[in-house]
Design a protein around this ligand. Sequence first.
Ligand SMILES: [Zn+2]
Length: 232
Amino acid sequence: MKAPLFLVLCSISVASFAQRDWNHIDTEGIISKDSIKKKGYTILFINKDSGFSTVTKQRMIDTYFKVYPKEAKRFNKKTMKMVTFIIDPGYDGVAAAGGGVVRVNPKWMASHPEDLDVVTHESMHIVQSYPHGAGPGWLTEGIADYVRYVFGVNNEAGKWSLPKYDQAHHYTNSYRITARFLVWAEKNFNKKLVNKLDNAMRTKTYKPEIWQELTGKTLDELWGEYAKNPVI
Ligand SMILES: [Zn+2]
């Protein structure tokens, strides 16, 4: 099994975790631990926050079962069959994933209870399991937000949407800005674009020329076209 070796940090805050500590689950402070299996996929949900909403917990679990099998089916059937979610007051970002473990900051979910597609985005990082040096980080995050856009279950209520194109944008901006560009490029040039990019990243065969191979245009040419007519 390919071990995802690196941590994808999904917020600007710097996690206080050393990478080696990410997968270590300290049993101290565990309020509840649920292992649920459905159709071959398991979630281990560990809650370390005594005030965490049981409704949010259930909705996050439901989201996992709705989206993770779809992400696996479309992108990586060999992905891990079990994902551990930890509601972790010790994690000060929003959420991040690595090595089959997703840590979520309870404060974020308490203040953004509709943002259930944090699960969709982070689960995709498990599916991605890109090795070190796979390719640009902006593409990793862009693909995860593309997947949130395509497979998200509660984006509207979570007030999450792709931002309108703006002249100040650039594909390296990552996240939603890159996701929107991917939606546009896929629609206009190659229906398999995101699948191919994702696979290239996972197999460490990504190279800048891949854009030309898949679309007939270099990445910068493609962005130039996008800037001229960014309708999606
Ligand atoms: Zn991310």
